[in-house]
Design a binder for this molecule. Sequence first.
Ligand code: HEC
Length: 246
Amino acid sequence: MKKAILFFLLMLPTFAFAAGPSVPLMKANVDVNDKASLQSGAKTFVNYCMGCHSLEFVRYQRLATDLEIPEDIVKATLINGDKKIGDTMTIPMQKKESAVWFGVAPPDLTLTARSRGADWLYTYLMTFYVDNSRVVGVNNLVFKDVGMPHILWELQGWQTPVYKTVTDSDGKTHQVIERLQADPNVSEAQQAEYRRTVRDLVNFMAYAAEPARLQRESLGWKVMLFLALFFVVAYALKKEYWRDVH
Ligand code: HEC
């Protein structure tokens, strides 16, 4: 038994390595205090993602408060159908039906930014590429054989893979993707715009995964400020006391 545990511990770094991404992740640089970015992300999410994905644990009302969007604007721009401001961001699509359409049901995305990490999400949305062997016509660098179509293709265009040949330790050669080639029909300015849109979207998803972070971070500043003031007072007191001693 002890040996088995020791073996497991020794192997741990190998397992961790095996589970790690083979592609270096791009940096999302999220900032959940950037309200304009969160607002833009919320809009993109509602317009492009909510056809298939819900945010079951997010209420529109909370969104209005946290993102500082007036409730009537939330109602007019972010709420579809007969939903109310007090409702959660669920969708009418049934899990069973969608599983038939896509082979796999689109999961709820409330906690994805936490389970996958913001950088993974950003890289995921940046690295869809044309793969005609797939039913959805695309593949993804961090989600092999993904069942989701490239929803944001209108904004990013179609990236194509550029391959290189590598030789493994057994002397066998095979083709691996070296990088993705941007769509030549999409300008550099549009590409930059796409990166901003995706960053805002990921920022919004990071907020959705942990709305309490907004409060915690602002509380953190207050605590720091209090400690700084307290230090000044304590230092002044110490000086005062020691004056008599010297
Ligand atoms: C047409 C339906 C559809 C739309 C619209 C859509 N997705 Fe998906 N999405 C899917 C399906 C299906 C899967 C499951 C893929 C799989 O498991 O192979 C998925 C999976 C995902 C995953 C992986 C979740 C995980 O942890 O495994 C993320 C992240 C995601 N989608 C984000 C988005 C975002 C962000 C948008 C909006 C820009 C979006 N999706 C729009 C169908 C959709």
